[in-house]
Design a protein around this ligand. Structure first.
Ligand code: KG4
Ligand code: ZN
Length: 336
C-alpha cells in the first residue's frame, strides 16, 4: 500500500510517498524561509500563496522520484491542523480533491502526531509506551504515549513555545528568522560562566513550561550590555539562553519519566534538531539506563514524510476524512 503525504501547515511545503513494505520511497521539500526572512517571521498570506505554487509540482516530483503513476497511490494524507488556516486549506484542498479524483481514501493528519511519530521512520523505532517531548515553533508539550492515538497531555507551555522563544531571542541578537539554529551555532562560541538565566517553573511541581520570562531575561541582558554588545557578548548570551531552555526541558522530561515510570523518551519537532538538547537528553537517558529516540535532522522540522507515515497508520485502521474539506487551526492532540 502506498500513501501520498502533504504538509502545508506553516512555511514548508512537504510531499512524500510512504509504502507499508518498502518504507519511504519519495520525499520532497520546499522551504519558504527566504520568502519570509525580510519580514522577521512567517507572513500567513504569502505562505498560503507559495503553497499554492509549490504543492502540485512537488507531488509530480514525488511520483517521478518513486517511479509511480497516480493510479499506484492507495490514499492521500494531508495535514488538517494545527497551523495557519490559509496554509492548511491549500494542502487540505489539494489532498482531498486528489483523493476524490483518484477514487482513494483521504486521511486528515494532526501535525503534532506527525512530529510525534517521525522517529518511527528510523531503523530503531521506539516501542510503546514512551514519553514524548514535542518541541516546535508553535508547541512545547510532554505527552504520555501508550499507543497510536493514545496521547495524554502531561504538560505544555503556558506562553511561548520553545522554538518561538529561540526565534524571538535570536531576533534580539540580530539573527535572521528563523533564528533557532543560528542562535545555537552562535552559542557554541559562548562562555558558559558569563551569564546565568532562570530555569522557569522548575521550582514548583507540575509539568507545564513558561518561556516568555527567559526571553525577557535575555532582552534585559542585551539592553544592559548595549555599549559592549560585541560578538563575544552575543555568543555568551546565546549560550546562557540555550543552557537555561535546554535544562528546563531536561528537568521536566525527567519529572515526566519519574511520574510515569517510563524509560523511553521521544524528542520531536523543530527544536529536537538542537545539538545541546540531544546531547543532554542522551546523557540523561544513559544515566537512567533508558533509551532516547529522535528523528533524523531533516525530519525534526516540518516535512511530508511524517505526514505520509502517520497517514499510513490511519489508512490501515480505516480512519478516513469525509468529503467536506475541513481544517482545524487549533486542535488538541488529546482529541484524537
Ligand atoms: O517543527 P517545526 O519545523 O515547525 C513547527 O511545527 O513549528 O519547528 C520550527 C522551529 C523554529 O522555531 C526553529 O527555530 C526551531 O524549530 N529550530 C531550532 C533548531 N532547528 C530548528 N531551535 C533550536 N535549535 C535548532 N538547531
Ligand atoms: Zn511542525
Amino acid at each position: 500500500m502506498k500513501i501520498l503525504g502533504i504538509e502545508t501547515s506553516c512555511d514548508e511545503t512537504g510531499v512524500a510517498i510512504y509504502d507499508d513494505k518498502q518504507g519511504l520511497i519519495a520525499n520532497q521539500l520546499y522551504s519558504q524561509i527566504k520568502l519570509h526572512a525580510d519580514y522577521g517571521g512567517v507572513v500567513p498570506e504569502l505562505a498560503s500563496r507559495d503553497h499554492i505554487r509549490k504543492t502540485v509540482p512537488l507531488i509530480e516530483a514525488a511520483l517521478t522520484q518513486a517511479n509511480l503513476k497516480a493510479s499506484d497511490i492507495d490514499g492521500v494524507a494531508y495535514t488538517a491542523g494545527p497551523g495557519l488556516i490559509g496554509a492548511l486549506m491549500v494542502g487540505a484542498s489539494i489532498g482531498r480533491s486528489l483523493a476524490y479524483a483518484w477514487g482513494v481514501p483521504a486521511v486528515a493528519v494532526h501535525h503534532m502526531e506527525g512530529h510525534l511519530l517521525a522517529p518511527m521512520l528510523e531503523d530503531n523505532p521506539p516501542a510503546f509506551p514512551f514519553i514524548a517531548l514535542l518541541v516546535s515553533g508553535g508547541h512545547t508539550q510532554l505527552i504520555k504515549v501508550t499507543g497510536i492515538g493514545e496521547y495524554a497531555l502531561l504538560g505544555e507551555s503556558i506562553d511561548d513555545a520553545a522554538g518561538e522563544a529561540f526565534d524571538k531571542t535570536a531576533k534580539l541578537l540580530g539573527l535572521d528568522y528563523p533564528g533557532g539554529a543560528k542562535l545555537s551555532k552562535l552559542a557554541e562560541r559562548g562562555n558558559v560562566k558569563r551569564f546565568h538565566f532562570p530555569r522557569p517553573m522548575t521550582d514548583r511541581p507540575g509539568l507545564d513550561f513558561s518561556f516568555s520570562g527567559l526571553k525577557t531575561a535575555a532582552a534585559n541582558t542585551i539592553n544592559q550590555q548595549k555599549q559592549d554588545l560585541d560578538e563575544q557578548t552575543k555568543a555568551d548570551i546565546a549560550r546562557a539562553f540555550e543552557d537555561a531552555l535546554v535544562d528546563t526541558l531536561l528537568i521536566k522530561s525527567r519529572r515526566a519519566l519519574d511520574q510515569t515510570g517510563f524509560n523511553r523518551l521521544v524528542i520531536a519537532g523543530g527544536v529536537s534538531a538542537n545539538k545541546t538538547l540531544r546531547g543532554k537528553l542522551t546523557q540523561l537517558m544513559a544515566e537512567r539506563k533508558g533509551q532516547v529516540y529522535y528523528p533524523r535532522l531533516e525530519f525534526c522540522t516540518d516535512n511530508g514524510a511524517m505526514i505520509a507515515y502517520a497517514g499510513m497508520i490511519h489508512l490501515k485502521a480505516s480512519q478516513f476524512a469525509d468529503l467536506a474539506i475541513e481544517v482545524k487551526p487549533r486542535w488538541p492532540l488529546s482529541e484524537l
